[in-house]
Ligand binder design. Sequence first.
Ligand code: BGC
Length: 938
Amino acid sequence: MATSATSTSSIGVQDLRCEYQDNPLGIDVRQPRLSWKLVSPAGRGTVQTAYQLRVNDEKGELWDSGKVPSGQSVHVPYAGPELRSAQRYTWQVRIWDGAHQASTWSEPAWWEMGLLHSSDWQAKWIEADWDDDPQAFKPAPYLRTAFTLDKPVASARLYVTAHGLYELSLNGQRVGDAYFTPGFTSYEHRLQYQTYDVSELLRSNENALGVILGDGWYRGSISIGGLRNFYGERLSLLLQLHVRYSDGSEQVIISDEHWRATTGPILKSDLQDGEIYDARLEMPGWDQAGFDDSRWQGVRVAEYGLANLVATVGPLVRRKERFVPLAILTTPAGETVVDMGQNLSGVVQLRVSGPAGTTIRLQHGEALDKAGNFTMEHLGLEPIIPAPLQEVLYTLKGEGEEVYTPHFTTHGFRYVKVEGFPGTPTPANFTGIALYSDMPEIGSFSCSDPRLNQLQHNILWSQKGNFLEIPTDCPTRERAGWTGDAQIFVGTGSFLMQTAGFFTKWLKDLAAEQGANGRVPNMIPSPASKLTVNNFSTEFLEGAAGWGDAAVIIPWTLYQMYGDRRILQEQYESMKAWVEYERQNAQDKYKPAGHTAPRYREREPHAHERYLWDTNFHWGEWLEPNDPVPALLFGEHTPEVQQILSAPHVATAYFANSTRLLAEAARVLGKEADAQEYSRLHEQIKQAYISEFVDKDGSITPEKQAAYVRALAFDLLPAELRPAAAAHLVKLIRSAGTHLGTGFLSTPFLCSVLGANGYLDVAYELLMQESRPSWLYAVEKGATTIWESWDGIDEEGNPHGSLNHYSYGAVGSWLYQVVAGIEPTQPGYKHASFQPQPGAGLTAASASYQSLYGEVASSWQLADGHFRLTVTVPANTSATVTILSTIGKEVTEQGQALEAVEGITGVRRTEDATLIDVGSGTYTFDVVTADPTAGTEK
Ligand code: BGC
């Protein structure tokens, strides 16, 4: 039925997204999910009661969902006819509002499919026709071809991938703005190709394509100790250009035996070691038509197959922030050092004039030593891991101002030591460019304490420094996709940035590399099969608790943050396999032959021990202050050492936690039998944990902060023992002079566990603690990112370990959820909770988050005996605002009694709090504070 003007809803439908993206080009998701936002001029209580989608292909209407009575406005799967390779689909949506009035149709949006079948590829894998020494660093191959187009072009798409990295140009212009393409995946299983719209770059008649290949992750240094040639020894290219003429006919240009190859100015390119570039060897016009390539060499066709090709899933890496140096220092040792003012991952762009043949050397480091000299020593883990080279050499061609940005390398750095510079360098000669996966920044936090704002800055910058294609531990030493670090940080990181695509991609690699027995490698993509350290195969380290659990924790967290049920669906088998691996290990190694731990020697095992994961290697809590484990790792594994390394209290707790999350995931996916099975198993593990580690007085073995935090966070205690356990934890914190004693795994939960068990004040004291170990110690020492260890820069000013390691930054979640008070109570923030919990003298805090529905925001100020809270709830969602009685009980909204306010759907008052249910809109609450002096300067 036609809708007349008067019955049209005033709600607008905007920000159409397909698979989280704005008009994605070249996807291979067969049922892409569509999301949209409702924008209501009226403001409050906006809901959707139905929607209609229509999708067109070039022939006309392909699918009409009809009117679907549903409130779902995010992740609605396309359910029309099968989608075809290289086709563009245009879509629109309209909705019906709470009064059942239809909106107008949205503006159209589109998505375009990539090449869905191997048979769509006509291109051949090609590589330069020369042999080189696999052990040596080699010049980057340059490849080119020329072709003629004899009719007017309507549109063109280019599909391309490589072994190694590629930089592509068409008629002398760079194609796309992404770096380090085709990205880093588990190449044997999944190699991404990219799709580009190059319609505008083509010309009539003569055209040319040019490609430079870099070593990248494929054959360059990766992981611990700079392992090389992990995926192969030769760089190759696969490229296919589809040209569609205005008359409807098509021409396809492919990589084949007719291409030409040579080497040029890039003499060495390695992601970690750096790049050597001699500008005198540049070949002007090499990627344009008419260039004489007769002296170039030929190419070989190689048979690498197409079976592992997949479309690009996550965001690609782009050049992001640019930094003008803060200063150019002359150190006591006489070095010239550029200070970018920010620790970042990326490159330096040089702008320089000077005589031909002058070579400038740049070394990239994170810190100065205590004397103020440049150092990179702390970036290694001697004797196990040497410090990375992170060096760029540029030789001038001597033709006026030269601008050079490295091609295939990236470094973790704040300081750059410069040698060989012609003349006196000025800040204008150097620009720092941050490089990371291009994820929208969706979350923010600030408060009245500048030190916490700096902490928040540091958290975000450690994410930017480490979310480069994969979640790395650090951008310097290892640059590896350590699973533990990723699971620790995923909650915080997914609030700050839209990580769904980034992790969807990485989780596919995780599943692809999982062993048949469910074992998850420590690093994804995993170099483990070839990794030896001090002649040890690292095999025995694989499948560690708290690391492998990333398989379960990350999908579950993404589901909570983005309401993405498909991630759960697609990862479910991987999640389950990991839990089964844990179960097998707990059972199989139940009284293992030859196990020398005292309790196995002395008696028959107890029944509960089959649920204890008390064998294998584990990193344990990892990097607690004064943790002996790193030192024990590569020494002799005596029974005593083995017992420490098997960390049964950590492993059993993770086994329990992952089992519980798996049961919940099963429930969400409607897998009832599994849900019951894993709930039962969880209960058994929990009981085993209690029998083994928990005493009747609520004390836990080992008597460490981390053990208490973990048991409380994972709900591993009988309810009646929680208060006693929390009291033990506080006692440990107090006896450490109100300092934290946790490492990687439980630091994220420390403040939340304290707050949730009646010790909000202690949580705030730890947050505000300035002496080591603490978060603000690093801030006081001038950190601009999160450090790997609590001692990143010691009291004397000496750096230790990596200074850009995000794990301890996981306290961010607590800032957003508790200090500012925003939390998703239904996946994807369909329902949110606002429950700020002020403390430590803060007088204001705010956070905001761009959910798929729109902005969720909370902002509070304490002043003159009033607590004022403004919350924003996006259309088509609802929220509960909780004002704790400790803040105050007299609550109004813009001067009105709560019951009278439009948009408030319910008010409940308990002893502890006033709970206010609201629909969408912005609300400003005023609370007369219980403490009349609250917010006044004391
Ligand atoms: C890395 C990590 C990682 C750890 C394993 C370190 O060398 O930098 O952050 O998780 O090893 O415990």
